[in-house]
Write a protein that binds this ligand. Structure first.
Ligand code: 13P
Length: 335
């Protein structure tokens, strides 16, 4: 394995205060989001939407890497250029979602395990020929009565470690994403305990599987109360809990942390990231950036509505939201 190739990829993605745009919604997720926005749920509409994103002028000022879905990396723009090439020409590193989704964990009601290891070595090779230099695998941990169980956490971190090993073998940077969901009415303290346990278990597993921590990107949730919790904490409290939790569980050799937005509003996700990068500036051994999907894209999809005449307006919003996320990553965002 050539660690310097992995490091170069990480450096390029996060250069000049940029972050990652997650535009790798799977078909079921696209169906859900397009249905809500009353846009026809067809592969052609998904293609048009992704073309809108990759052809946005100036996106490369805030976005250094973009994660694609399998369908998208095989699609071209109206002018016949592969989506990954359009990104590369703009200096944005293309990445690829390689997991096959979170499925029910047999024997453990309400818990999920992410699938997709079978054939992954071959798929990574193919994606590399298509230009992908980093990958993503999302594990999902649910908080509820008596969950998550140790079995669920172990099954998920085991898969993440095996995925990361295959990526590094292929000289592709793995985004390691153990997402603790915001669904539920749990408190911020409960989110802290679960996230800390998940991260500590994850890093032990990555160590056992000989993962080079300098060649990964960690994509965690922020430490935040469940959506249904009556006590929603202030910006500074969320930032503090998140930083304390990460400092207690993420080795300093990890080069970059890029948060998911997890269903937070674009505004809140940016404010939390900004507070982390301002209030705790001198306490972070890693780059602390973003890998948002909804917190960048939701206003864009709503403005586009599937209409050609709205493309310009939607692209302006995309550029705006991406700039805000990048400002927050640098601790320069003021609302
Ligand atoms: P959200 O930012 O919408 O949570 O999505 C990030 C992501 O890519 C989840 O895997």
């Amino acid at each position: 394995m050539n660690t310097s190739i992995l490091k170069e990829t990480v450096d390029q993605i996060f250069a000049n205060g940029k972050g990652i745009l997650a535009m790798d919604e799977s078909t079921p997720t696209c169906e859900k989001r397009f249905e809500a926005a009353r846009i026809p749920k067809t592969s052609e509409m998904y293609r048009k939407y992704r073309e809108l994103i990759v052809t946005t002028t100036g996106l490369n000022e805030s976005i250094g890497g973009a994660i694609l879905f399998d369908e998208t990396i095989r699609q071209t723009t109206d002018s016949g250029e592969p989506m990954a090439k359009v990104l590369m020409d703009a200096g944005i590193v293309p990445g690829i979602k390689v997991d096959m989704g979170a499925k029910s964990l047999a024997g453990f009601p309400n818990e999920l395990v992410t699938e997709g290891l079978d054939g992954l070595r071959e798929r990574l090779k193919e994606y590399k020929t298509m230009g992908a230099r980093f990958a993503k695998w999302r594990a999902v941990i649910t908080i509820g009565d008596n969950i998550p169980t140790d079995a669920c956490i172990k099954a998920n971190v085991h898969a993440l470690a095996r995925y990361a090993a295959l990526c590094q073998e292929a000289e592709i940077v793995p985004i390691v994403e153990p997402e603790v969901l915001m669904d539920g009415d749990h408190t911020i303290q409960r989110c802290y305990e679960v996230t800390e346990n998940v991260l500590k278990t994850l890093f032990h597993q990555l160590y056992q599987f000989k993962i080079d921590l300098e060649g990964i990107i960690l994509k965690p949730n922020m430490v935040i109360a469940g959506k249904g919790c009556p006590i929603q904490n202030g910006i500074d409290e969320v930032a503090e809990a998140t930083v304390n939790c990460l400092r207690s569980s993420v080795p300093a050799s990890v080069p970059a942390i890029a948060f998911l937005s997890g269903g937070q509003s674009p505004q809140l996700a940016a404010e939390h990231l900004n507070a982390i990068n301002t209030n705790f500036k001198d306490m972070l051994p890693w780059i602390v950036a973003f890998s948002f999907a909804r917190a960048i894209q939701q206003p864009v999809l709503d403005a586009w509505k599937g209409e050609q005449s709205n493309v310009g307006e939607a692209q302006k919003l995309l550029s705006h939201r991406a700039k805000i996320a990048a400002a927050a990553r640098r601790g320069e965002y003021s609302c």
